[in-house]
Write a protein that binds this ligand. Sequence first.
Ligand code: DX5
Ligand code: ZN
Length: 217
Amino acid sequence: MKKNKILIAPSILSADFSRLESEIKTAEKAKADMLHVDVMDGHFVPNISIGPAVVAAIRKRTNLPLDVHLMISDPEFFLEPFIRAGSNIITVHIETCSKGLLKKIKRRLSQSRVRFGISLNPATPLKKVIPVLDLADMILLMSVHPGFGGQSFIKTVLPKIKDLRALYDKDIEVDGGITDKTAPRVIKSGANILVAGSYVFGKKNRTKAIEKLRYGL
Ligand code: DX5
Ligand code: ZN
């Protein structure tokens, strides 16, 4: 992944599922860098979204990297289907995994050249991820409580981003409540990948929306 450039990952959770292909095409045209796919199991989070079959269907329709965010209690059980579906990045939550399991997942993803992300809920302290930082290609810091799009940004993530950036030079992704108001602060704190669902898919002009997030224009 290119350094310095801010990457924008629209979350299809806020897209119109009844016309997912054309929604994805608008994100492509708007120069999205990847597509963020929120997977929820109704157990780790109080919502159910999409599964491997939908990821596989999306894979057939776009060449954008698929950034698959597993908000599920048993990521090990579902790892193979999401690899087979064509995910490029798979992120699991640290709240659901022991260090041993993270190592196992890392090994399996490396075999298929899938990048590995580790995510933290807003309430999970940074110190929890420090012992496993070297396993991850990316750390995803949640800036809302996972489960739903369209929530307000939780500001306490800003010092967390800053503290993480001081000890981690790989990708830092921030997810939840990203808008033209919050994006500049998130970038300034040290994040380089921004997930945005309702902000991008809620706008008619998605090119402009993505430019605003990326460049603060
Ligand atoms: C929340 C998801 C987010 C969500 C972001 O559980 O992980 O990716 O789609 O949506 P917005 O950008 O609307 O906060
Ligand atoms: Zn997400």
